[in-house]
Structures are given as structure tokens and as C-alpha cells.
Design a binder for this molecule. Structure first.
Ligand code: CTP
Length: 405
């Protein structure tokens, strides 16, 4: 597929070279368009060497003295020849231009002339990202047909602050582009119930017990299922991720609330995926008032929370039930134990004591343990890519267990 890669002027522009490389590895042809300010951060030659294509650097820069009509309307040509327009990094300025239809340069002119799918990967300083003007532009672009936005990650930014605004990982962007480029509709007609994130168990009106789950894996599963044509119900604990468009959201806080939401939706679902990191204990008799400090030792009186996955296992019928096992050791043995005791069809095991994969990361590395006895190791990849692999195996497993519907 021919991809036009627009690169905006931000410190993340250097990462666009890696994005181009990942796209090439996936078999795409990449035509790079650098804005003028992007050229302050990265040389056109870098992209030319990587992509084997002439890099476009300006509206009129290619026009020779005997400029013809065809060279002055090159942006129309790029727009017509490309199958997908990816902009990474999409700066606040570019988002504003796209949202309002301004076209002072080659990239924004190509954007206006382009009629295919557009993928925007914003990157900027946190305050610029969170500014109401940027957020209003993002809201406009999200609603525009054929537009897809890869939300920026949170983390340490080049300006020294920490917060949302970091360009998503190149591998994640390339996987996202592939998912947009080759939409599969193999989940059409299905209702997929997914739980995500941590739960919070109150200690008193102002304090709670929780865990490090970010919800990213569950949200990636919801997006993958939606893109493959499913109706998706996402039951989520409190997380800091943007809500995926086109997904039915149910917000909960405690394990008990998550249980009620899951049981209320279970009958409608054909596949249930419990990616949430549910708290195992809750405080008995939560006080109405804030607990006051004293010099004495304080003990918590904890009761187990309901095991939602185990209950779903008892009620599932022919539904495909997929659990998660977050482990720090004995991954496969623990995943298989949970598979058997909770009557799952598949358990996705992941080691959570690594910093590059697991809880807060955008990447994951998992082992799929199946009720057929099969075990599949999925190498490290973006959570969105892992989500698609999980669905690929889930569909194959269902066929093996129940035959064609
Ligand atoms: N789970 C659940 N309800 C709970 C606890 C866990 O539905 N009260 C689900 C999780 O959503 C996950 C699976 O069970 O799909 C495994 O969760 P995990 O925390 O790894 O296992 P536990 O059963 O809690 O066992 P342990 O904490 O001993 O590892």
C-alpha cells in the first residue's frame, strides 16, 4: 500500500524515520512529506535513504524554472496516488490547520486534496496538547469520517516536563496503520465484553487500595474488536486513557461494581475478555468519615472480593471466556492453573515485573494458554498488535472447540 507520511516540526520528528522504517518492513511504499519546520529537526536525506523515494519538502521547491502545471499541482498527485495519509508527529499547528481547512504548505494542501483514510499521531508539549484550542481541534478531527487518532503517550517529554504528549511508539503507529489499511471484519455480528484497568477499593471516603494496571491492554483489545466489526462493551475501572470512539463504555470503581456490570452484560456477549486487574480484597465496613491519624498501629480488616472470572466461568455456556494472569514467576503453570480453576477457554499470561512490557507499558509480551492444551508465545509487540493476535487465536480456538457456527 502507498502511504504518504507527513512529518511535522517537533522534536519527535526524528522518530518518524523509525516509523517509515517500520512501515517499509510491513511491505508499504512510503512517500515522505516534510514540513518546513520538520526540516529543522531532521534531514530529508535520512528519509530518502530509508524509503528510496524523493522527499517532498515544500509547495514550490520542486518547481524548476520551466515549471509545468503538473509540478505545481504535485500535492494533488500525491493525494491521488496515496492509499493512506499518516501524519507523525502531528503538531498542534498541523492539527489546527487540518481542523480548519487551512492549506499554506504541501502537507496541509495534500491533506485537503486527500480522500482516503487519515491517521494522525500527535506529539507536543503537555500544555499544548491539553490546551482547549488543541483539544477542540482534536475533537473536530476525531468526528471527521475516515480519520483515526493515535493518542499521545504520557511520559517524560523533551521539554523536561512529564505528561501526555509523547509520540506513540513507532511499532504501535505502524501496527495501527496496518489495522486501518487492512480492516478485517471477522468479528462482525459479535458482542465482545471486555473489562479493563484496575479497581479501587475504598478504605474511607478519601483513600483506596488499587494496583498499577493502566488499562492499556483492555483498551487495545476494545479498539481491535471494534475495528474488526464487533459491538464492544468495555467495562473499565478508573484509568487515564482516552475513551475509544465507537465502544460502549461502562465505568466502574470497585470489584463489586465490576462484577455487577459484567453479570448484567454477560448474556449478550459471544466473547468475554477479563483483562482487568481486579483487587483481590476489599475493606470490611468502610467508615463513613475520614480515618484520623493516631500513634497506634492500624490494621485493615479485608474480605476477598468476588472472583468475577470464576463466576463468568460457571455461567458462560458456549461463550468464549478469556482471562488474564498477571504473574511475576511461573507464568505458564499459573496461567494454566487459572484456566482450569476458573473454567476459561484461554488465559493470556504476562509477566508484570518487567519495565518494558506489562502493566504501564505500551508494549506487551504474552503467552497464550489454551484449553486445548496448546501454548503460544507471542513476542514483544505493541499492545494493539498483541490484541489482534489474541483475537486471531480466539477465533481459531472457538472453531476447534465448537466448530463453525
Ligand atoms: N479476576 C476476577 N476477579 C477477581 C480477581 C481476578 O475476575 N476478584 C480475573 C482477572 O480479571 C484476570 C484473572 O482473574 O482475568 C486473573 O487475575 P489475577 O489477579 O492474575 O489472578 P487471581 O485469581 O487474583 O490470583 P492471584 O492473585 O493469586 O495470582
Amino acid at each position: 500500500m502507498k502511504i504518504a507520511l507527513g512529518v511535522g516540526g517537533g522534536i519527535a520528528a526524528y522518530k518518524a524515520a523509525e516509523v517509515a522504517r517500520r512501515l517499509m518492513e510491513r511491505g508499504h511504499t512510503v512517500q515522505v512529506i516534510l514540513t518546513e519546520s520538520a526540516q529543522q529537526f531532521i534531514q530529508p536525506l535520512t528519509f530518502a535513504a530509508l524509503t528510496g523515494q524523493k522527499v517532498i519538502t515544500g509547495l514550490f521547491s520542486e518547481a524548476s524554472p520551466e515549471a509545468t502545471l503538473s509540478s505545481s499541482v504535485e500535492h494533488i498527485g500525491v493525494a491521488q496516488e496515496s492509499d493512506l495519509l499518516l501524519v507523525a508527529p502531528a503538531t498542534a499547528d498541523l492539527l489546527a490547520k487540518f481542523a480548519h481547512g487551512l492549506a499554506p504548505d504541501f502537507l496541509s494542501t495534500t491533506y485537503l486534496a486527500f480522500t482516503g483514510p487519515v491517521v494522525l499521531a500527535p506529539a507536543m508539549n503537555s500544555n499544548m496538547w491539553q490546551h482547549p484550542a488543541t483539544q477542540a481541534n482534536v475533537a473536530v478531527l476525531r468526528q471527521r469520517p475516515g480519520h483515526h487518532l493515535i493518542a499521545p503517550d504520557s511520559g517524560l517529554l523533551a521539554c523536561g516536563t512529564t505528561g501526555p504528549g509523547r509520540l506513540a511508539e513507532p511499532d504501535q503507529i505502524a501496527a495501527f496503520v496496518d489495522a486501518v489499511a487492512h480492516p478485517r471484519h471477522d468479528l462482525e455480528g459479535e458482542t465482545i465484553l471486555i473489562t479493563a484497568g484496575p479497581t479501587q477499593e475504598p478504605l474511607d471516603p478519601v483513600r483506596y487500595i488499587t494496583n498499577r494496571s493502566s488499562g492499556k491492554m483492555g483498551y487495545a483489545l476494545a479498539e481491535a474488536a471494534r475495528d474488526r466489526g464487533a459491538r464492544v462493551v468495555l467495562i473499565t475501572g478508573p484509568v487515564h486513557i482516552e475513551e475509544p470512539a465507537g465502544v460502549e463504555m461502562v465505568h466502574v470503581r470497585t470489584a463489586q461494581q465490576m462484577r455487577e456490570a459484567v453479570m448484567a452484560q454477560l448474556d449478550q456477549a459471544s466473547i468475554i475478555i477479563k483483562a482487568a486487574a481486579v483487587a483481590d480484597y476489599h475493606v470490611v465496613d468502610v467508615p463513613d468519615q475520614k480515618v484520623k491519624k493516631s500513634a497506634l498501629r492500624l490494621s485493615l480488616n479485608l474480605d476477598p472480593t468476588p472472583d468475577i472470572l470464576a463466576e463468568a466461568g460457571r455461567r458462560k455456556g458456549d461463550r468464549l471466556l478469556i482471562g488474564f494472569a498477571a504473574e511475576t514467576q511461573n507464568l505458564v503453570a499459573e496461567a494454566r492453573r487459572k484456566l482450569e480453576t476458573k473454567h476459561c477457554d484461554m488465559v493470556v499470561g504476562n509477566l508484570v515485573n518487567s519495565t518494558s512490557t506489562g502493566f504501564e507499558s505500551d508494549m506487551n509480551e504474552v503467552t497464550l494458554v489454551m484449553s486445548t492444551g496448546e501454548t503460544v508465545e507471542v513476542p514483544a509487540a505493541a499492545k494493539r498488535a498483541i490484541a489482534d493476535v489474541i483475537f486471531d487465536h480466539a477465533l481459531r480456538l472457538r472453531l476447534a472447540l465448537h466448530g463453525a457456527a
